[in-house]
Design a protein around this ligand. Structure first.
Ligand SMILES: *Cc1c(COP(=O)(O)O)cnc(C)c1O
Length: 395
């Protein structure tokens, strides 16, 4: 917490706004819109400046709806797109299961597409292949594409949007991990027809639990809010024409979110600073590669810093469990928590029958990768301790 959160919560309590709507929800949505959609820094480089003047009108027309979670945001995007049973939705293979689960809530089938090596995100050329193959095999086009900005690293949005518009397939951009990341100067979450944000406890900013949906315009935002509040029609009695959900963000959570927006820039800067410390340290350790922005077009928030062990790297205590697991166990004994990379969806028992277009890239990243500490408590001293421990555990 940054400091102002408690102030906002106290105000919400004293005003008795303890419901899933209220002034803090409105103010939080406005703060998010200012941050994502109306940010003068959107034009940092010449290139992106031209890009943005082209798209600026569209970006400014977007509206953000605060919801109870990022998962709820993905679900409502799919509801808005009319995804139904017998439909297929393309989902990035290397991701957290929350990207794919809502597809099944609609009775539809996720089709997994593997990642590219540079960003770890959906491979545009494989995406194109998968779309034409689905058309050939099922006679139908997938109804949506869900790319993910994994660990904050932007996906190749230009190529993805080009393919999507060529086939006229809407994009639901999962930016749950990429709050404040930019691709060619433009904020992640603002490219697709819908953009998804998460404020779960482990994300860049948090409302303890929560999320938001970036909607294409105010009309669709209104519709999303209706679905999120049990699809109640705007008449004085309780009237329902559709099945609804209870997905609105609580006013108390939104009060926390308002406070977090005061420190969001600072948090993002911290994560980028942590990454820069790792960059310097790992430059002298040839057995490990730090996952980095592939070029100037990418500006990750480095929500999590991630590493992969190079071919031939030897971690002490690797009894066949693999380098990441061996290192995780060793560091854990020293009180340093690390985590595995997301296990690809095509390897998850629950999704084993779903179509998958794989190249082995996601699997290789999973088998050789590790997330290392990057949170607000990771300072210079901690980074030194982490690096030293990693070095000592290399054979
Ligand atoms: C966290 C996360 C989500 C879901 O967000 P919640 O707010 O936890 O429901 C979706 N996709 C990805 C990639 C995530 O990391």
């Amino acid at each position: 917490m940054g400091g102002k959160e408690e102030e906002f919560i106290r105000k919400a309590f004293s005003d008795n706004w303890v419901v899933p709507l209220g002034p803090d929800v409105d103010a939080f949505e406005l703060a998010l819109e200012n941050f994502l959609l109306d940010n003068p820094e959107n034009s940092v480089t010449q290139d992106s400046y031209f890009r943005l003047t082209r798209d600026k009108d569209k970006i400014c027309r977007k509206k953000i709806s605060a919801l109870s979670s990022g998962t709820a945001a993905i679900h409502l995007a799919l509801v808005e797109l009319g995804i139904r049973a017998s439909d297929e939705v393309i989902v990035q293979n290397l991701t957290f299961s929350a990207s794919a689960n809502p597809v099944t809530y609609q009775g539809a089938t996720p089709v997994f597409v593997d990642s590219e090596n540079s960003t770890w995100n959906i491979d545009p050329s494989l995406l194109e292949e998968a779309i034409s193959d689905r058309l050939k095999k099922t006679g139908k086009l997938p109804k949506a594409i869900i790319p993910v900005h994994l660990f904050g690293m932007p996906a190749q949005m230009d190529a993805i949007m080009e393919i999507a518009s060529k086939w006229q397939i809407p994009v639901v951009e999962d930016a749950a991990e990429a709050f404040g990341s930019r691709y060619k100067g433009q904020m992640c979450g603002t490219f697709g027809r819908f953009g998804v944000l998460s404020f779960n406890g482990n994300k860049m900013i948090t409302t303890s639990g929560g999320g938001a949906l970036v909607c294409p315009d105010s009309g669709i935002k209104r519709d999303v809010i209706k679905y999120a509040t049990q699809s109640r029609e705007s008449v004085p009695w309780y009237e329902h024409q559709n099945i609804g959900y209870n997905y609105r963000l609580s006013n108390i959570s939104a009060a926390i979110g308002r406070g977090q927006m005061f420190v969001a820039e600072e948090y993002i800067a911290h994560h980028r600073w942590v990454q820069s410390c790792y960059r310097e340290a790992f430059s002298t350790i040839p057995q490990i590669r730090l996952h980095e922005n592939p070029s100037q077009d990418y500006d990750s928030n480095f929500w999590l810093s991630t590493i992969t062990f190079e071919e031939g790297a030897k971690v002490k205590g690797n009894d066949g469990c693999g380098n990441p697991e061996a290192m995780r166990r060793r560091l854990d004994m020293e009180g340093i928590e690390t985590r595995h990379i997301w296990k690809p969806m095509h390897l998850q028992p629950v999704f084993k029958d779903c179509p998958a277009y794989t190249t082995g890239v996601a699997e290789k990243i999973f088998e050789s990768g590790l997330c290392i500490p990057a949170g607000p408590w990771v300072g210079e001293k901690e980074i030194f301790r982490i690096i030293t421990a990693i070095k000592q555990n290399l054979g």
